[in-house]
Design a protein around this ligand. Sequence first.
Ligand code: FMN
Length: 379
Amino acid sequence: MAAHSDRYPLISDLRTRASRRLPSFAWAYLDSATGDERAMHRNEEALAEIELVPQMLKGPLAPDTSVTLFGQEFASPIGIAPVGMSGLIWPGPDLVLADLARRENIPHTLSTVATTDPETVGPRVGNNGWFQLYAPRDRAIRDDLLDRVEAAGFNVLVVTADVPAPSRRERQRKAQIRVPPRIGPSLVAQTIIRPAWTAALLRNGMPRFRTVEPYLDSHSLASVAGFVGATLGGTLSWEYLDELRQRWKSTLVIKGLIDLDDIERSLAAGVDGVIVSNHGGRQLEAAPASIRVLPGVVDRVAERVPVIFDSGVRSGADVARAISLGADFVMAGRPFYYGLGALGADGAGHAFSILHEGLVNVMQQTGCAQLSDLRNRRA
Ligand SMILES: Cc1cc2nc3c(=O)[nH]c(=O)nc-3n(C[C@H](O)[C@H](O)[C@H](O)COP(=O)(O)O)c2cc1C
């Protein structure tokens, strides 16, 4: 049988196959954005427009993709972005991604609302674990959660700023995604025709929001879903960020700021890094393409802290494009889950290799031995 790299050489190949293997509600949850989904498409289209000018006659090139970020060396400038309700998309993803991150020496960001807890993921991901925080309203819960995350070995806290309220996510509404899934004829019909997903679910059990379960009397998915809605949404403020900065002594990164004044203010609050992101187009349909705001952010930050980029990255060329515009590091969300959906556990690693090997090839094609050389290759 042909190798994955021949049968599915593009992230879009994984996406197509995943769309046929996931139940329709899981597919809608993973693939959708908000409104008419233009922000999501804009992310990809704006990246595709960025051109790189190759420089030739460099002799044999063995590009170095290693990068030092927050005092740690990673093998590649590509990390795994946080994805909530992860086990609903593909059962049992968090440990697969933790193993991948450790094996490839890249960071993996565990979402507050992932379906595996930090105590389980921490030892598996080793030194490569980042934890994404949706700010809990209750300070006692927040402090306990931060203690757990630190004890589990996570060394970077990523605070997500771009969910001031739930988003409308119309495609998800139409797919009738419910937490907990309502077990009825429609669910049975959707899963019965997706045997690989259903078999993985039977092996891994029903997804649960394990990280936040300890703060609830009842562990039923319904009560956890209510908790997530009531206590994690729209809670972040500048005062809260100050408290977090006091409380969390290691690396603190803010995710989802694209307004330059917000960025300036977050630097004044003492963040150690910013992630330029529009949440993959999932929150605000009118948001600018994430890549369009990157150069302005890079200028404003002026190397005071690292600038990390996400939203719309689908190839090694996209990684190179973001780096050419000044990003120090790049994250991807959907691509890893397209891989899992398409090929099961192997698929996440395959998605990584598409992005990473693609980046190496673009560096060769453009005559770049170092990632920093890409900054001079913009058309
Ligand atoms: C299904 C799904 C769930 C997500 N859940 C979270 C989350 O729990 N926390 C968070 O900060 N971002 C979340 N994101 C946003 C991603 O971290 C990331 O910003 C986005 O996926 C990047 O765009 P891309 O999918 O085009 O790579 C989610 C994205 C997707 C697709």
